[in-house]
Write a protein that binds this ligand. Structure first.
Ligand SMILES: [Zn+2]
Length: 231
């Protein structure tokens, strides 16, 4: 579930046009829009000024400019557009509801990560909760950082949190935080290595990443050198 959501968020953020249309939102599972709004991935924005006509099937009738006018019969504001289809051409209207749009917020602009929703779900699902609030908070903060950073080390996540984390969450020292996060992972059964194994979109393993591999082998070869230096 969470991974599907991550996937969706990634796809949204890769878009050139940072908007989600009303029609698209209708395809999402129930609650999805609300969740993404709460996570500040999308925010409601100005209604669309262009419309793709739905009334002339298979015809080229997209990107039509709209004007908003009051329908004198219903007294409601509607979007008016000129359908280009030859036989049915003419002024048509669309409800303003259908013109709603949501802007996709890039990571850096994300004003505040929302932690409590995820937290309460975890608590509700597992009544015999053994994880301490500190563990849980640290773990959730890691998840938020990971959502923004994609593949990242715990250290990178921690550094990201230092800059972008929820100001209400008082970040402990790295070692303490790291311990909490590991507890959280153990509890949520999302051990970094096992969870990510074999998934295309997840962090590559060490053996897939020559840079990382050489970094590690450098680190190993460094130890004997250092002990020699001590002489
Ligand atoms: Zn049309």
């Amino acid at each position: 579930m969470k991974e599907a959501l991550d996937e969706l968020i990634l796809c949204l953020r890769r878009r050139i046009e940072p908007y989600v249309s009303y029609d698209e939102v209708q395809q999402w599972p129930p609650g999805q829009l609300e969740q993404l709004m709460q996570m500040r991935v999308v925010v409601p924005t100005m209604p669309a000024k262009e419309y793709t006509c739905r009334e002339c099937h298979g015809k080229e009738c997209g990107g039509i400019s709209l004007t908003v006018q009051r329908n004198t019969q219903t007294g409601q504001d509607v979007g008016m557009f000129l359908c280009r289809e030859e036989s049915g051409a003419g002024l048509k209207q669309v409800s303003l509801d259908h013109l709603r749009r949501w802007e996709i917020i890039p990571d850096k602009k994300k004003p505040e990560p929302v932690v409590h929703k995820v937290e309460s779900v975890a608590v509700a699902d597992v009544p015999e909760q053994k994880l301490s609030p500190a563990d849980e908070k640290a773990y959730q903060s890691y998840c938020i950082a990971e959502q923004s950073l994609g593949k990242c080390t715990d250290k990178e996540a921690y550094e990201w949190l230092e800059e972008h984390g929820d100001p209400d969450y008082e970040l402990p020292s790295f070692d303490t935080w790291h311990k909490y996060v590991r507890n959280g992972r153990k509890y949520h059964n999302t051990n970094k290595n096992t969870r990510r194994a074999g998934r295309k979109t997840s962090a590559p393993s060490v053996k897939d990443d020559p840079a990382l591999l050489s970094q590690i082998s450098n680190r190993h070869s460094k130890y004997p050198v250092e002990s020699e230096k001590a002489d």
